[in-house]
Design a protein around this ligand. Structure first.
Ligand code: IVH
Length: 827
């Protein structure tokens, strides 16, 4: 090669490939990443660029082949060469011994051994390799045939795209379990939480959802992983499962190292015990052990029942439970006002984590369990993240337990709670000004598809609501007036909770930091993390004992923590692990007298932050104390943040009318309906004054929507808000360019969809049709062009359609014709 630039590129491509493969190995095999995702992506990006510039150096199995980007609208199905079976389950030692007896009887001797593996809780997958190349990946489906998800599976970085080995079988299949490592799952949920999206229930569902995503580029970002456990092929040179495992390992397929070949069922039981607790340290969720007869001839002899092999069985670990004490019940107020009781528990170790809270759903649940404060209870963790209380251990009651009467007033705003007939949940009726409910509406108002003010995220909104700056959407546009006041405003973060009576509690971390001097937040965090499973009071006592070790202002700090402990036991509060009453913390900081403490205590009811307590609590604090209290605050608004918020607010003023209409959050008026209304009425005034009949004329608008519109415009507060929004310059009129069609492929077509669709929910299909120029109709009438027939279409609708001779097409056909139209257009 005589072109030096080219030679350089070749070398760089080689070295990048090596580096990326090395980091992939560290990440997947060793679970010890050395570089951040960001740095990793940068390496990958550089490789993509170089490969694009010098395609001749691009290898078939380059790590860039896993970036994804393919869009699959519908997954093809493929038939499995050998049915993907399930396994019989056992839950006890006795059942396992009975299994062993059946094996011995079936073989007529005891000269066999077992191979034990963990049972990974993910999604079963089958990969087919031909001439060493991964050619197909198929989900389990119904066992006979599943979905072809090759493009998505190719993005899993430790699945070899090509395998090289002398004597590699021409054609073979490997099966395994695709999973989302817990760390990835937690990361995704953390991000979803920040974006206010619904949380994924558990890693298994997340993995299964990810595998079926349509955009492999998104799949690639999710970092799925796979453990293999089965090799299938003709004439493989092996007679034992353990050889298959070794062979797969040699080919670079990921095998969990937790396997063991054992000599008999007793050793199997030891294996089960060994992994009972240890398995929680693995990156993947496991729910049991799979025991397989090792020898293939033995397997063949034992054969199958109709559904399951006789040579293998799954031992499932019982849903683990732990005994602990119910300390108190606090209540969370949701964005719709629904109240959810939360059990505060003494910390207890369960399935590898320390549990301190459990969800209780509603008052019926408390009643059903006959829960008393102070009860010893059983908590269990099923497949879900949040543990639940399954029973009270009544034998352990000593008479000191207190019956629980469900909360009467909202802990956030003090309004009397209500419960509708036939509904399980209590709710706070103060929709107007109860902070979490206001937050729900504001989040909608600023959301991307509404006013799109992304500088007003949840935490900032919460802060502004809590400190009285925002109650309704129009208040957002008044914020610029208060720009200077916002400096130093506290962002509430997760450092606060409210007790059942509404007292403000702050995290123990902040409290210890505030009452001591010179001990850093980091040191406190470390201490708390190291002693996570201790109850609060012993933990604080232990902290006090360790103060000499920190070696900073030992005497003062010890005295402070001592006083803190005294006050905590003196005052009666709900006990909430890791949180303490703000009033007590301030009392310690200010060395206050009993009366002062009582005052702070009552002032702290329904306050949202320390800043809120200081500014609105009508309390008088010395400057020294105020200075100290600063340490207790969460993050505060600073200049940059305020600037960004103001800019976002200003920019949002130009959002088009349909978005403004959607942003108002009128019940039952989704994005698509807002577009229909805006298009039809052209301006807010016409909509406001529209008669029911003219509303009903619009396809896609029914009585429910009409009632909601009427209800909205009949409220004086809403009219005031609208007035103010208008004065702030928001668009109350349609500009012709506002409605943007994706295409005109369905122009003038009147379409109805009936039954369950696989690719759209109801709103989505309406929007899809509208965005391509079509008209969605709700009723079967002669004027329809066609009906998309989903699963379980209503029989009467179908009959009517057939009678009227309207064409029925399946969802697949609809999408197909769409792609055809698409292709024709593109040609
Ligand atoms: S062997 C014929 N080994 O469990 C036996 N399966 O209930 C084939 N699974 O569909 C399965 N970990 O999805 C086997 N180490 C393991 C497994 C495992 C998880 C899943 C697999 C299978 C299901 C059977």
């Amino acid at each position: 090669m005589n072109n030096p630039a080219k030679e350089e590129a070749r070398k760089r491509i080689e070295s990048l490939t090596e580096t990326i493969n090395h980091h992939n190995r560290l990440y997947y095999q060793e679970d010890e990443p050395e570089i951040s995702d960001f740095d990793f992506d940068r390496l990958l990006e550089e490789l993509v660029k170089l490969e694009n510039a010098f395609p001749e150096f691009k290898k078939e199995d380059s790590p860039t082949q896993r970036i994804g980007g393919t869009i699959t609208k519908t997954f093809e199905t493929a038939t499995h060469s050998v049915k993907m079976l399930s396994l019989g389950n056992t839950y006890s030692k006795e059942e396992l011994i009975a299994f062993d007896e059946r094996v011995a009887k079936g073989l007529g001797h005891r000269n066999y051994d077992y191979f034990c593996e963990l049972k990974f809780d993910g999604v079963a997958i089958s990969l087919v390799y031909e001439k060493g190349r991964l050619i197909r990946a198929v989900t389990r489906g119904d066992g006979y045939k599943g979905d072809v998800v090759t493009e998505n599976v190719r993005t899993i970085r430790n699945i070899p795209l090509t395998i090289k080995d002398s004597n590699l079988p021409e054609y073979f299949e490997v099966r395994g379990e695709v999973f989302l490592p817990r760390r990835e799952f937690d990361k995704i949920n953390k991000e979803r939480k920040e974006r206010n999206e619904a949380l994924l229930a558990n890693p298994r569902n997340a993995a299964s959802g990810t595998l079926k995503m349509q955009d492999s580029g998104v799949v690639a970002k999710r970092r799925l992983n796979c453990n293999f456990y089965q090799l299938i092929g003709d004439d493989l040179p092996i007679n034992h499962h353990h050889e298959a495992v070794t062979m797969m390992e040699k080919w670079g397929l990921n095998i969990s190292t937790a396997y063991k070949k054992v000599k008999d069922i007793h050793a199997t039981l030891d294996y089960i015990e060994y992994w009972r607790e240890k398995r929680h340290q693995l990156p993947v969720d496991t729910d049991g052990v799979v025991i397989k007869v090792n020898n293939y001839y033995h397997q063949e002899e034992l054969g199958f029942t109709a559904k399951i092999p006789r040579w293998a069985i799954a031992f499932k670990y019982q849903a683990e439970k732990a005994k602990t004490k119910l300390q108190s019940i606090t209540y969370q107020v949701g964005r719709t006002g629904a109240i959810t009781p939360v059990a505060n528990l003494s910390p207890v170790s369960l399935a590898g984590t320390t549990v301190k809270r459990a969800s209780l759903h509603n008052a019926n649940e408390i009643e059903r369990l006959d829960l008393h404060e102070g009860d010893m209870v059983w908590v269990e963790k099923g497949g879900e993240i949040i543990p639940k209380i399954t029973a009270v251990i009544k034998e352990l009651r000593n008479g000191a337990e207190k019956p629980i009467s469900f909360l009467k007033n909202c802990p956030e705003c003090g309004t009397k709670l209500e419960r509708n007939k036939g509904e399980a949940k209590h709710f706070c009726p103060n929709a107007e000004s109860c902070p979490p409910q206001v937050l729900g509406r504001m989040e909608h108002f600023v959301s991307k598809r509404a006013m799109d003010i992304d500088s007003l995220g949840t935490e900032r909104l919460r802060a502004l609501i809590h400190q009285g700056y925002i109650r309704n959407p129009a208040d957002i546009y008044d914020l610029p007036q208060f720009k200077d006041e916002l400096m130093g405003l506290e962002i509430s973060d997760e450092q606060y909770v409210k007790s059942s009576l509404g007292y403000l509690f702050v995290s123990l971390k902040k409290a210890l930091y505030a009452i001591t001097e010179s001990i850093t937040l980091k040191e406190i965090e470390q201490f708390l993390a190291d002693h996570e499973s201790m109850e609060s009071i012993p933990k604080i006592q232990y902290f006090r004992d360790l103060i000499p070790k920190f070696n900073k202002r030992v005497e003062e700090n010890t005295a402070s923590v001592e006083k803190f402990l005294k006050e905590l036991t003196f005052f009666e509060f709900d006990q909430i692990e890791d949180y303490v009453p703000v009033a007590v913390v301030i009392a310690v900081m200010g060395d206050l007298e009993k009366d002062d403490i009582e005052n702070i205590k009552s002032a702290s009811i329904h306050k949202s932050t320390v800043h809120d307590l200081i500014t609105n609590g009508k309390l008088e604090f010395s400057d020294t104390l105020l200075g100290k209290i600063k340490k207790l605050k969460g993050n505060t608004f600073q200049e940059g943040v305020i600037f960004n918020m103001m800019e976002g607010i200003r920019n949002s003023i130009s959002q088009p009318f349909p978005r403004v209409l959607f942003a108002l959050g009128i019940r039952n008026i989704g994005e698509n309906t807002a577009v229909l209304l805006a298009e039809h009425f052209k301006n807010m005034n016409a909509l406001q004054t529209a008669a029911d009949e003219s509303l009903l004329e619009i396809n896609g608008i029914g009585n429910t929507a009409v009632n909601s519109i009427k209800a909205y415009f009949s409220k004086k507060e809403n009219l005031d808000t609208l007035n103010r929004l208008k004065n702030h310059g928001l668009n109350f009129e349609l500009d012709k360019s506002d409605i943007q069609w994706i295409s005109k492929k369905l122009e003038g077509k009147k379409i109805l969809a009936s039954g369950k669709l696989n690719h759209f929910n109801r709103d989505e299909i309406i929007e899809f049709i509208a965005s391509h120029g079509g008209i969605y109709s709700k009723t079967v009438s002669k004027s329809l062009d066609f009906i998309i027939e989903g699963e379980e279409m209503g029989p009467s609708k179908k009959e009517k359609a057939l009678k009227l001779g309207i064409q029925l097409i399946s969802e697949e056909e609809f999408l197909q014709s769409f792609t055809n139209i698409n292709n024709e257009k593109n040609r």
